[in-house]
Ligand binder design. Structure first.
Ligand code: FAD
Ligand code: SIN
Length: 512
């Protein structure tokens, strides 16, 4: 029998969204914060470029709103974007006040970087290119100092507990032992799912758990076909791939082929600073035609090391000196725009369940996320979730106990083979360029991998379910838009503008 514990608020995940939600909710009740490795294992800790917020002279929430809507390609929820851009500056200032050491200019104002598709510099950063680590460690300190937050590391949520038509907490493997945490309100902040692809910038923890758990519990998901591929991951044989921030292009670096041709000029008016999906596809196109692609940042000279110390160090450790040598780059899965459909307070379709951060689909990103809008989204919507949870009444009655145990993974090798097979087929058929036939092959292959999955391979099962949701949704959307590109339907179709592919339980995907 599993051990049981009771909490007012259960937060699953320790990236920017989970940490912020836990910190703020703890002002109103006891919080249990779960994370499947350590508090610092998250995409958040890897973030380089920074946080977008209208803080600079000459900038405004209205300009930020316009850029976000333009990137989202007629699929953003305007009300959610309004919330993001209006509340964003206050959240960034609050984090600064909470101890985040953001880079400042000589006048003491935030030093602001430029990234693709932003009409003005508005990216707040820390230590040049270590923004995510600074955000994570600031929030971890706040969480650690609270006596209202119980932190469970190496505790992996396996299943949501659904009782009487609402979420009553989660079943968890806590260092291998079965644990049931009963909560008045549960927050999914489990991040993204880049690990479903062979090439990704996402850390090992990004296996789509929150998406798979929600789907199995009948929670509504939407826009799962919209995966963002970052154009400039460092092209090395490692996993995950290291990121070369877009901010490097923001400072003037250009993309060239192995023949030295600067190919983005003439393909988009913003050249290297075109929206991310456009640049990723063009890099991919060059690769498909047999070229290697490089980022040439040599014009920055010694400035490179000062502005991007983290990227400089990771390049040098791999034998590339970006001051004098071109950096080999390749596209990689980077961000999931879709996810658990939420309202403006982060409520999911299942009562007492909330979602925020990358696992959620608040509607702010539409078909394509504007660079550096996700740390901001994590802060803004985690705050809203924390406030909305105050009003959730305590659970009444008792939640029936179930006799269950954590199934140990007996054949780790077979699970690893399955995970790699998922990653390969997803990259091949549900990656940067998709077709009807390829997506069907992908779904069949995922079904086949699932049939051979060894007992206890729960994370791999999540990869399969998440991959299938991406492929099924991509099959339904017979057009190209934002991060979703179909070579058999290469144009956007007017009748699809504003339409979302919504998925509920195993009922299949339908446009709505
Ligand atoms: P995460 O930070 O990914 O945290 C998810 C947490 O959930 C982790 O702690 C994980 O261990 C935990 N978890 C997952 N499953 C379970 C489970 N079953 N049980 C318990 N815990 C679980 N965005 C920007 O805005 N600006 C940037 O500069 C930027 N740079 C980036 C660079 C890189 C290399 C990457 C990968 C992403 C970058 N992004 C950037 C995107 C951004 O970092 C993420 O979208 C954001 O940090 C997501 O935050 P989150 O809190 O939703 O999830
Ligand atoms: C980057 O620094 O290029 C990544 C920024 C982001 O993903 O928002």
């Amino acid at each position: 029998m599993a051990t049981r514990s009771r909490t007012r608020f259960l937060v699953i995940g320790s990236g920017v969204a989970g940490l912020h939600a836990a910190w703020r909710a703890s002002e109103h009740g006891h919080v249990t914060l779960l994370t499947k490795r350590t508090l610092f294992d998250s995409s958040t800790a890897y973030a380089q470029g920074g946080i977008a917020a209208a803080l600079g002279a000459g900038d405004s929430p209205e300009l930020h709103r316009r850029d976000t809507l333009a990137a989202g390609d007629a699929l953003c929820d305007r009300a959610a974007v309004d919330v993001l851009v209006a509340e964003g500056p206050a959240r960034v200032r609050e984090l600064f006040a909470a101890g985040a050491r953001f880079d400042l200019d000589p006048d003491g104002d935030f030093s602001l970087g430029l990234e693709a598709a932003h009409s003005t510099p508005r990216i707040v950063h820390a230590h040049g290119d270590r923004t995510g680590a600074e955000v994570a460690s600031t929030l971890i300190e706040r969480v650690r100092e609270s006596d209202k937050i119980t932190v469970l590391e190496r505790a992996r949520a396996l299943e949501l507990i659904v009782h009487d038509g609402s979420c009553a907490g989660a079943r968890v493997s806590s260092t291998g032992a079965a644990l049931e945490i009963i909560a008045d309100a549960t927050v999914l902040a489990t991040g993204g799912c880049g690990q479903v692809y062979r090439y990704t910038t996402n850390p090992a923890v990004a296996t789509g758990d929150g998406i798979a758990l929600s789907h199995r519990a009948g929670v509504e998901l939407s826009d799962m076909e919209f995966v963002q591929f970052h154009p400039t991951a460092l092209d090395t044989p490692e996993s995950p791939l290291m990121l070369i921030s877009e901010a490097v292009r923001g400072e003037g670096a250009v993309l060239v082929t192995d023949g030295g041709e600067r190919f983005m000029v003439g393909r988009h008016e913003l050249a290297e600073l075109a929206p991310r999906d456009v640049v990723a596809r063009e890099v991919f196109r060059e690769q498909q035609s047999g070229h290697r692609v490089f980022l040439d940042a040599t014009m920055l000279g010694a400035e490179f090391e000062r502005r991007f110390p983290g990227i400089f160090a990771l390049c040098m450790a791999r034998g590339i000196d970006p001051r004098t040598q071109r950096i080999p780059v390749t596209p990689a899965a980077h961000y999931m725009m879709g996810g658990v459909a939420t309202d403006l307070a982060g409520r999911a379709s299942l009562p007492r369940l909330f979602a925020c951060g990358e696992v959620a689909n608040t509607g702010v990103h539409g078909a394509n996320r504007l660079a550096s809008n996700s740390l901001l989204e994590g802060l803004v919507f985690a705050e809203r979730v924390a406030r909305a949870m105050i009003d959730i009444p305590a659970l009444t009655g008792s939640v029936p106990e179930r006799d269950w145990q954590v199934t140990p993974l007996v054949d780790r090798g077979a699970a690893q083979v399955a995970a790699n097979a998922v990653r390969n087929v997803m990259w091949e058929h549900a990656g940067i360029a998709r077709t009807d036939a390829g997506l069907r092959t992908c779904i069949e292959t995922l079904d086949d991998i699932e049939r051979r999955l060894p007992a206890g391979a729960t994370e791999e099962a999540n990869l399969i379910d998440t991959g299938r949701l991406i492929a099924e949704s991509a099959l339904v959307r017979a057009e190209s838009r934002g991060g979703h590109f179909r070579t058999d339907h290469p144009k956007s179709r007017r009748e699809w503008a504003g339409l979302h592919v919504r998925v509920v339980a195993h009922a299949g995907s339908e446009p709505a």
